[in-house]
Design a binder for this molecule. Structure first.
Ligand code: ZN
Length: 275
């Protein structure tokens, strides 16, 4: 990608209707650049609908990504839950590809009391099967594993960077709000810069040319993430994050997941362009 685009997780609140098509049109009207399709309760879009979405996004010049269903756990202890999880990732990737989305993002797993190493090897094994299937289908969508905000959830930055180096086509879904909520840290320019540096070191310069980023305000406690907040009602230091993204010449998409969606997406875009 040649620049950093800003947009919303799902259809903006000010869209004429909650439909994806109206959402894409509203993103363009607002002067934003991207939108994430929220398949979080299941992939309910069919192929014909996805083709219409692709046409609309191309016409409006809006980049799309897709968020997979929440009901995914590649460390589930029951084989049928693993198969269902793999199916949900595949279905997200198939519909996303028809929509013209370049990347999908999803929450990979819960530790369920297992050691992190055991969880990592389950995720790697079952995600590798998904990636092989997508390769057979010639589906080139980037599969992004999201950095998660609770210590009970698989998805530290390290875990995901390790997966990226081991599995072709797997990328990092860099959720800065989650990274902050997980530890209470990761909320200053030097910390943001060190995360970007780490990504660059592990995955190469080209990783920063094609990033998939989530940002929102966030409330958190001992168990990490509690809920999303609007940026100005939170302690999240978004101005320093944007400065780091600019200094590292990061390109790709920034999806805002604050409750006010387009309000904060516009705030982020404006702040970034005024740097
Ligand atoms: Zn997510």
């Amino acid at each position: 990608m040649d620049k950093l685009l800003f947009g919303t997780g799902g259809t903006p609140h000010s869209s004429r209707t909650p439909s994806t098509i109206d959402g894409i049109r509203r993103i363009a009207e607002l002067g934003l650049g991207c939108m994430e399709l929220e398949f979080v309760q299941g992939v309910r879009m069919g192929e014909a609908g996805a083709r219409l979405v692709a046409e609309t996004a191309a016409r409006e010049g809006v980049k799309l990504s897709a968020h997979g269903p929440y009901f995914i756990n590649l460390n589930a202890h029951e084989p049928e839950k693993i198969i269902a999880s793999q199916g949900r990732i595949l279905q997200t990737a198939r519909i996303a590809a028809i929509c013209g989305a370049e990347s999908i993002i999803f929450h990979a797993a819960y530790y369920l009391g297992d050691p992190p190493e055991k969880t990592y090897s389950s995720v790697k094994r079952y995600l590798a099967e998904v990636m092989n299937q997508l390769k057979r289908e010639n589906n080139r969508v980037w599969v992004r594993v999201e950095v998660m905000g609770k210590p009970s959830e698989f998805g530290t930055i390290d875990e995901i960077l390790n997966l990226c180096t081991e599995l072709e086509g797997v990328g990092i879904g860099m959720d800065f709000a989650h990274a902050h909520a997980r530890s209470g840290l990761s909320n200053s320019y030097p910390e943001f810069a060190s995360i970007l540096q780490q990504i660059k070191q592990r995955l190469g310069d080209q990783a920063l040319d094609n990033m998939h980023i989530h940002v929102s305000g966030i409330a958190y406690g001992e168990k990490g993430e509690r809920k999303h907040l609007n940026l100005k009602e939170s302690d999240f230091n978004y101005a320093e994050l944007l400065k780091a993204l600019k200094d590292y010449e990061v390109k790709g998409i920034v999806i805002c997941e604050s409750p006010n969606l387009e309000g904060d997406a516009l705030l982020l875009q404006e702040t970034y362009h005024n740097l």
